[in-house]
Ligand binder design. Structure first.
Ligand code: BGP
Length: 461
């Protein structure tokens, strides 16, 4: 069967500044929380590999953009590093960074690859973290100024902006589950961070609209459909709570301009609401987006709790649910994530039916695999598993589009194998293999498959 996609469908991949640029301590860049945390606790990072030398895009951007072209990308998402552009978070702009991002954007355009630019991908400048990070409203204002600076510097050429990538991840990692700096475990502080991130997003959208910049502005959210173990009302309720906490906490403000009433009620009942100012709701209403990026890796399967809550333990999302391991689920054992292709379709249908069918695209989907060298045949990684992963997801995406969903493209995570935060280079996601010693780049079989698919705007299966 042939799966053909709409005209001008976006085919590409995504990455982020911290994970690819390297040169994290030079060229005028300020430190981010990642540089600081690695210096303090290198043991937290797989094989002690930190953010200094990630994939050397800062040196090899020109050759790498050639490779993008070779993969027939018509679009590509990366992020601007706030700490590189404005080393102290506020104040002076680093001209070397301006020159670097200008070159990258210009070269992408020259090669016919549309740049999609994210403004914040987990990388808080350390100077901003030192004054409280997202817990401090001054940082919200500083972020809005940084966003405006980016629109002014690059907005004549960048037509697709994203305020945040997966804004819930720094909330979960940094303030609940101890996998990002500052390793706080405190729900109310987490809720404040999430709330201020939404305000920061809305401020940036306001600045974008007020400046009448060309193009469009959106956000990238990791949406994890919540599936209950059964239709028992207790399980269904657990799934509803997860949906409120992990999806709708960002999805509703950016698409509907307000928070779900049940989420607010739920946090209020547990005395976890952040401090709100009267003018906040008008600001949030102004944060409605033009384009939604959807990152989809895995579903969330839940059931109602089997055990009573320990009243001494910190208040956590898990007070409302237990994770459920569905028998027979398909796993990516390297990352420990379930692979469930219909999830992509369920997300799109939910957006179509409950959110007015917004303009959206899949901004990340991917499969991290360990020790891929074992699949080398004639000098190339034969990653048939990745081709199967992509094509099975694309089938469901195709079904969504054929049923009217407004999905405009598909970007893979990622282009060249890159640095996965605390997992460093453990799991490889790229279309292109990276030799960490020589920095040599070699296209994998999936890269060739994707180039072909993008060229034909279709694939057969
Ligand atoms: C997403 C992030 C990416 C990327 C990817 C893969 O959540 O937007 O930055 O890293 O996941 O996950 P990981 O690197 O943790 O394996």
């Amino acid at each position: 069967m042939k799966y053909a996609f709409p005209e001008n469908f976006w085919w590409g991949s995504a990455c982020s500044a911290t994970q690819t640029e390297g040169e994290s301590q030079g060229s005028g860049k300020g430190l981010s929380i990642w540089d600081h945390w690695f210096a303090a606790e290198p043991n937290r990072f797989h094989n002690g590999v930190g953010p200094q030398n990630t994939s050397t895009f800062y040196q090899h951007w020109k050759a790498d953009i050639q490779l993008l072209k070779q993969l027939n990308h018509n679009s590509f998402r990366t992020s601007i590093s706030w700490a590189r552009l404005i080393p102290d978070g506020v104040g002076e702009v680093n001209q070397e960074a301006v020159a670097f991002y200008n070159q990258v954007i210009d070269e992408l355009l020259a090669q016919g690859v549309t740049p999609f630019i994210t403004l914040f991908h987990f990388d808080m400048p350390m100077a901003m973290q030192e004054i409280g990070g997202w817990e401090n409203r001054d940082v919200v204002a500083a972020y809005a100024r940084y966003a405006e600076t980016c629109f002014e510097l690059f907005g004549d050429r960048v037509m697709h902006w994203f305020t945040f990538n997966e804004p819930i991840v720094p909330v979960e990692g940094g303030y609940l589950y101890d996998f990002h700096y500052p390793n706080v475990v405190d729900f109310r502080r987490a809720a404040t961070v999430a709330y201020h991130t939404v305000l920061a997003h809305a401020q940036a959208v306001r600045a974008f609209r007020a400046g009448h910049f060309a193009g469009e502005i959106g956000i990238v959210l990791n949406l994890t459909p919540s599936y209950p173990r059964s239709q028992n009302p207790a399980d269904v309720k657990a799934a509803h709570h997860c949906d409120l906490l992990f999806n709708r906490s960002f999805l509703d403000p950016v698409l509907r301009g307000e928070y779900p009433a049940d989420l607010v009620a739920m946090l209020k009942a547990h005395d976890q609401l952040p401090a709100c100012l009267p003018e906040d709701s008008a600001l949030i209403a102004d944060g409605k987006i033009d384009l939604l990026g959807i990152n989809y890796y895995q579903p969330r399967r839940v059931k109602c709790r089997d055990t009573a809550i320990n009243p001494q333990a910190p208040f956590m999302p898990e007070w409302f649910f237990d994770s459920y391991e569905m028998p027979g689920r398909k796993m990516n054992p390297y990352r420990g994530w379930e692979i469930y292709e219909p999830g992509i379709y369920d997300i799109l249908i939910n957006l179509r039916d409950n959110y007015g069918n917004p303009r959206c695209f899949i901004s990340e989907n991917g499969m991290g695999v360990e020790n891929e060298q074992r699949f080398i045949e004639n000098g190339q990684i034969n990653d048939q598993y990745r081709i199967d992963f992509i094509s099975e997801h694309l089938k469901w995406l195709h079904k969504g589009i054929s049923e009217g969903c407004n999905c405009l493209g598909y970007h893979m995570w990622t282009f060249i194998d890159n640095w996965s935060w605390c997992n460093a280079y453990k799991n490889r996601y790229g279309f292109i293999q990276l030799d960490l010693t020589t920095q040599q780049r070699t296209i994998k079989k999936s890269g060739e498959w994707f180039a072909e698919t993008s060229l034909n705007n279709s694939f057969d299966k």
